[in-house]
Design a protein around this ligand. Sequence first.
Ligand code: GAP
Length: 434
Amino acid sequence: MKTEALKNNLLEKIVSLCKRRGFIFPGSELYGGLAGFWDYGPLGVELKNNIKKQWWQDMVYRRDNIVGLDAAIIMNPQVWEASGHTDSFTDPLVECKLCHKRFRADQEDKIKEHEDEHKQTVEWTEPKTFNLLTEVYLGVTEPKEKTYLRGEITQGVFVNFANVVSSTRVKLPFGIAQIGKAFRNEITPGNFTFRSREFEQMELEYFIKPDEKEAGKVFDFWKKERLAWYAGLGISQENLRFREHAADERAHYARFAEDIEYHSPFGWKEFEGIHHRGDWDLSRHKLAYQDSETGEEYVPWVIETSGGVDRAALFFLLDAYYEDGERIVLKLNPKLAPYKAAVFPLVANKPELVKKAREIYDELRKHFTVAWDDRGNIGKRYYAQDEIGTPFCITVDYQTLENESVTTRDRDTMEQGRVKIESLVDCLQKKLGH
Ligand code: GAP
């Protein structure tokens, strides 16, 4: 359990840890930063890669009717007209008449915060619609061709629907999975990486026969699968819930939508969206499907699961953070931890200990990501690994030289034991659930 005091400044602690230990840095920091952009450091990139690897494993490799795709980020602008994004991918925007700062009209907490800052009555402009697509200009002749960075990765799947059907053996129902960057010109990026302007999505578009009963069943299946996925990777059940979208908050393509929400330090927030997109996209792109057995032709419906990789990284970090006196520990699931183990020689000035530790380090690195540390006392080294979530520490000590065993120390229980060097790979594999 986290104490109330910890919960109150948890976000600040995570922001500080991410910078201090190399998980996440402010984008373009050297030049004063750029709102809504973040860079992932040596540990952050491992965490994010582990999330994506696990998602791909569980959503694609484990299932026989889901295939992958990696579409281009920039597409013909007609894609975005057909998909409805140029008209409807908007947020309501208001401007403060005193200082001309702009806010999303539906973010009442941010608006109230701004009014309090002025300490006088604030007048706002009428809300106007603001399109979130980021424009890009291509070509060498003027006027350059205008198109957009993709606002959702999804459209790349739909425009390749016929290609996937004709080039593979998929038959309805089947899914196309994709992970990739999306870009939104968010009016108010904030809460660290929670709302960024550049972020990654991991999505499944699951195609089914058009049938309301079937759609309900499939929707229910995927929302439960996805919540169980986050819980299975360590997010506390009490911090997860579903929330159905009201009709007026649904995206233009959604017939029905529910969010998986996370209980963050800034309130219950969207983690992942589950959307019943009906035939919106395929019919807008004038695509259909022919049943190879009956010859029947129809426009399939789509149930979508759409999660954010950056949001997942942030929520996994927030959920895993604990303090125990001086000790800070990230209780990350070992599958997500940037390093699976750390190897230490007991002291750095005994060449035979260092040599043995190096041999173990080199061997383990053939199988796992492993950290090396030979600075300071062992206690400090344990704490430094706890803070970045390394599940297992291995110390090469004098006994190692006598009987080929090492001291092991568990991040969560802090228990120590002895393991034979020859069993270390097996031992770690068990810990990782391999
Ligand atoms: N294809 C459907 C779609 O894009 P969405 O609800 O707009 O649906 C899906 O986005 C997920 O993408 C969100 O649940 C969130 O995890 C992530 N996401 C959306 N906007 C984001 C932003 N500005 N910054 C970080 N992640 C974002």
